[in-house]
Design a protein around this ligand. Structure first.
Ligand SMILES: *Cc1c(COP(=O)(O)O)cnc(C)c1O
Length: 460
C-alpha cells in the first residue's frame, strides 16, 4: 500500500464511517459474540506475501464491526460514555496521517504549545485558578498514578527515587471507598501497597467523612506512619459520589498532604456553572484529573491533569539522559517529564477541533440535556411497580433494581444486554446488585434515553 492507495482507501474509509454512524441504531449496542469467535477466524500466522487493500478492507467489513461493542451508539448507557464528536474524529484522522511522536518540545513544537493552549482553555472553562497548568495523559489511571508517585516522593523528600522504598517510613494515602480502582492500582504500582491505602468511611451522602479522615490521619501519625496524600472522589464510578473537598482540606493542610481530585467522568460537566459547585474546593487542591474522552467529545484517549505547580511532578517523573538533551534547555516544556511514558501522542489537536467546532456552549447544551433526560428517565422508572431507584441521579448517573431481589435484577440485566437495543452495566451498591444507567454519547437523544423504559417494560 502506497500513498496513492492511502488516498483512495481513506476516502473509502470516510464513506464507511459516515454509513456506520448513520446506521448505528440498527446494530445491537453490545457485541453479540462469544469469546474466541474472532480469534478462530484469523489465520495463525502473518502473511509472507503482501495482500491487496481490497482483501484487507473486505475482511475488516466482514469480521470486525459485528464483533464490536459500539461505544458511539446513541443507546450505549453502560460504564461511562467515551464520547467522540465528529470534529474529534477529523483531528485524529489528521494526526494519524502525520504520525508524530511528541515527547519533547523539539520533536513537535506544535504539539507542546497546542497542549499548553488547550490546558489554559480548560483551566478557564472549569473555573480553576489562572496560575494552574497541566498536561494530557492517555488515561485517568496514568494521571492518578503520576499524582500518587508525586505524593510519595514529596513525602519522602525525593529519596525514594534513588534509594528505593525499603528503608523509608511506611507511607499512607487516603481515599473513600467510592473512589475508582485506579487509585488502588496507583498505590500498588507506586510501591506504597494496597494496605496503606486507607479507605476512609463515607457519610450518608457517600462523601468522605472529614472527621473520620482526621481521626485516621491522627492515628497513623501516632503510630509512626507517614501520611502522604489524599485522593478525592468527584463523581464516583459506581453511583456518582462526590466528596466535600472543602471540609477535608483543613486536615490536609495541617499535615502538609498533597491532594489530588479524581473527576475523570464528572469533570467535563464542570464547564456548566450550575454543576461546578459539586467541585468546590478543587481549586485549593494540588492536582485534578478529568477525561474529555468521557463527556467532552474528544475521543479516547484524552485525560487532562490540571496541576497547581508542576515542579514536584517533574522532579518525580522527569529524566534527562544525554540523548534527550536539547539546546532549548529550560526555555521550553518537554511534556514527557510530566508523564509516565516517554512517547506521547498529540492529543491536543482533537480538543482544539472540538472546542472550536461546538464552542463551550455547544458542549454545555449536550451535558445539560444528558442530565435532564437522566432525571426524566429516573422519574418514569420510579413509577414502575416492582422497580426501585437505588441511588438518585448525580449528573447523568443513577441506579435501580427490581424489588424482587438481586437474582431477578441480574436476570433482567442479562436479558437487556442479550436483546441488544440498549446496553447497561451493573455495580454493587449498599451490598446489592444494582443496574447503573448513565448517558452521554455524542448523538444521544431524549428518545434514545426513553427507550430504556420501553425495553425494560418489554423484558420484565
Ligand atoms: C473512568 C474513570 C477512571 C479511569 O479512567 P481511565 O481514563 O480509563 O483510566 C478513573 N476514575 C473515575 C472516576 C472514572 O470514571
Amino acid at each position: 500500500m502506497n500513498h496513492d492507495d492511502l488516498n483512495h482507501w481513506s476516502k473509502r474509509a470516510a464513506d464507511w464511517i459516515t454509513d456506520y454512524h448513520a446506521t448505528l441504531r440498527d446494530r445491537p449496542v453490545r457485541a453479540q459474540v462469544s469469546p474466541g469467535d474472532l480469534l478462530a477466524r484469523l489465520p495463525a500466522t502473518a502473511p509472507d506475501m503482501a495482500e491487496p487493500p481490497e482483501d484487507i478492507f473486505a475482511d475488516f467489513e466482514a469480521l470486525i464491526p459485528g464483533a464490536l461493542t459500539h461505544w458511539q451508539h446513541p443507546r450505549f448507557f453502560a460504564y461511562f460514555p467515551a464520547n467522540a464528536a465528529p470534529a474529534s474524529m477529523l483531528a485524529e484522522q489528521l494526526m494519524s496521517g502525520i504520525g508524530a511522536q511528541a515527547m519533547l518540545w523539539q520533536t513537535s513544537p506544535a504539539a507542546t504549545e497546542l497542549e499548553q493552549g488547550m490546558i489554559r482553555w480548560l483551566i478557564r472553562a472549569l473555573d480553576m485558578p489562572e496560575d494552574w497548568t497541566g498536561t494530557i495523559h492517555d488515561s485517568a489511571t496514568t494521571a492518578t498514578l503520576s499524582a500518587v508517585l508525586t505524593m510519595r516522593e514529596r513525602a519522602l523528600g525525593f529519596a525514594g527515587l534513588t534509594e528505593g522504598l525499603s528503608d523509608q517510613p511506611r507511607l499512607r494515602i487516603y481515599a473513600s471507598a467510592q473512589t475508582h480502582s485506579s487509585v488502588d492500582k496507583a498505590v500498588r504500582l507506586a510501591g506504597i501497597g494496597q494496605d496503606n491505602l486507607v479507605k476512609v468511611p463515607v457519610r450518608d451522602d457517600l462523601s468522605m467523612d472529614p472527621d473520620a479522615l482526621t481521626r485516621a490521619i491522627g492515628a497513623d501519625v501516632a503510630a509512626g506512619l507517614m501520611p502522604a496524600g489524599i485522593v478525592f472522589c468527584a463523581g464516583g464510578t459506581a453511583v456518582g459520589a462526590f466528596d466535600e473537598i472543602t471540609a477535608c482540606l483543613p486536615v490536609a493542610r495541617a499535615h502538609d498532604l498533597m491532594t489530588h481530585v479524581d473527576a475523570a467522568w464528572a469533570g467535563s460537566a464542570m464547564i456548566c456553572p450550575e454543576f461546578r459547585t459539586l467541585l468546590e474546593g478543587a481549586e485549593d487542591c494540588d492536582s485534578l484529573v478529568f477525561n474529555p474522552h468521557k463527556w467532552m467529545g474528544a475521543q479516547f484517549d484524552c485525560a487532562v491533569q490540571l496541576i497547581r505547580d508542576p515542579v514536584d511532578q517533574i522532579r518525580t517523573l522527569g529524566l534527562r539522559p544525554d540523548y534527550l538533551q536539547t539546546l532549548e534547555g529550560d526555555e521550553v516544556t518537554n511534556f514527557n517529564e510530566w508523564t509516565v511514558p516517554l512517547g506521547r501522542r498529540m492529543r491536543a489537536l482533537k480538543l482544539w477541533f472540538v472546542l472550536r467546532a461546538h464552542g463551550l456552549d455547544g458542549i454545555r447544551v449536550r451535558i445539560r440535556n444528558h442530565v435532564a433526560w437522566t432525571r426524566e428517565l429516573c422519574e418514569v422508572l420510579r413509577g414502575e411497580p416492582g422497580l426501585e431507584i437505588t441511588s438518585e441521579p448525580r449528573l447523568s448517573l443513577f441506579s435501580f433494581a427490581l424489588t424482587g431481589g438481586c437474582a431477578a435484577t441480574e436476570a433482567l440485566l442479562t436479558r437487556i444486554n442479550a436483546d441488544g437495543r440498549i446496553y447497561l452495566t451493573q455495580t454493587t451498591h449498599a451490598g446489592r446488585f444494582v443496574i447503573r444507567f448513565t448517558c452521554g454519547t455524542w448523538d444521544c437523544t431524549r428518545d434514545d434515553v426513553m427507550a430504556v423504559w420501553e425495553v425494560i417494560r418489554d423484558l420484565r
